[in-house]
Design a protein around this ligand. Structure first.
Ligand code: UDP
Ligand code: MG
Length: 319
């Protein structure tokens, strides 16, 4: 019987792999409950998959989920969660050891005290100033505009109870923002402050493009603000133009000197075509999301599943 599963997504992590395997093995050897590790190879192009297969054959506490291609971090974690067997709960960590796996003991204690979600809150970050600033702004913006409370400065590093994982597995949304889904599920949640370590080896696998995609998912999936803002902007514009109309009429009647303002007209056209384009873009964002959802594709495709040192054949890969 497995109590706790640890999910680790991996994308081109050959450099940190042996260190990661060692830390996780030590943790599993030392904790008083039984653990498994579910590692997801997210279509790496380096030796990560081979290393993972070797490890799964050597130590049966490791499960390997090898995806058919790179699906992105959030879907890799989703695939991992779908293959966990821990009956008490699941911890999610990054593969680069920025999230210390040793915290499983503290998280497990909180889980036993009745919390369903224990999310790690970063006390510090070791990234560049620009990235830290971008994160700072983003988390605060997200908190302001999201429909419900998503905690500030907490990423995917967390422990989830079995029922939360089951609920998450039941959520079919395609563009996944796990930390938002986690908050949405509810139950008793608590934060746990920790110092985020530096990446132990290799480079970040989150390009700016991927980061922006994640940020957009966070905003569009968990907030009505962008659409609402269009309506408000529309009202504001109408109000402004009515006021301007009144002003012109007064000038016309009182002073009879309305200037034939070409500049003002041009300005108005440019300004409001900009507003219209942005508004169309915002609506397009939602339409795109609806389109992605109704296609109803599986969230990820598994190429190979290694469990208990054996390869398990799978019929299909939907959740
Ligand atoms: N990752 C993944 N698929 C991707 C990108 C990243 O599975 O397409 C994994 C990566 O291997 C790591 C975790 O997600 O285990 C976090 O990525 P990274 O450390 O590069 O992000 P950062 O900490 O720089 O935000
Ligand atoms: Mg990292």
């Amino acid at each position: 019987m497995i109590d706790i599963s640890i999910v680790v997504p991996l994308y081109n992590e050959e450099q940190v792999f042996s260190q990661l395997a060692k830390r996780l093995t030590d943790v599993m050897d030392s904790v008083p409950f039984s653990c498994e590790v579910v590692m997801v190879n997210d279509g790496s192009s380096d030796k990560t998959a081979d290393l993972l297969e070797d490890l799964c054959h050597k130590d049966t506490r490791f499960t390997g989920v090898l995806l058919s291609r790179n699906h992105g971090h959030q879907l890799a974690v989703t695939a991992g969660l779908a293959h966990t067997r821990g009956r008490q709960g699941v911890m999610v960590i990054d593969g680069d050891l920025q999230d210390p796996p040793e915290l499983v003991t503290e998280f497990h204690n909180l889980l036993m005290r009745g919390y369903d979600v224990i999310y790690a809150v970063r006390k510090n970050r070791k990234e560049s100033v620009i990235k830290r600033f971008a994160y700072w702004i983003y988390y605060r913006l997200q908190k302001k505009i999201s429909n419900f409370n998503i905690p500030i400065d907490s990423g995917d590093f967390s422990m989830l109870s079995r029922r939360v994982v089951d609920h998450m597995n039941d959520m079919p949304e395609q563009s996944r923002y796990l930390r938002g889904m986690r908050s949405w599920i509810g139950f008793k949640q608590t934060g746990y402050e920790y110092n985020r370590d530096e990446r132990q080896a290799g480079e970040t696998k989150y390009s700016w493009k991927k980061l922006f995609e994640l940020a957009f998912n966070g905003i569009f999936n968990f907030s009505d603000f962008p659409v609402r803002v269009i309506t408000r902007l529309g009202f504001f514009t109408i109000l402004l133009s009515l006021l301007y109309l009144c002003y012109i009429i007064v000038r016309k009647v009182v002073f009879d000197d309305v200037p034939q303002g070409f500049t003002a007209t041009l300005m108005a056209i440019i300004l409001f075509s900009g507003v219209q384009l942005i508004s169309l873009g915002l609506i397009g964002e939602y339409v795109l999301r609806i389109y992605n959802q109704v296609r109803n594709r599986p969230l990820f495709i598994v190429d190979k599943l290694l469990q208990e040192g054996k390869e398990i054949k799978k019929q299909n890969s939907t959740l």
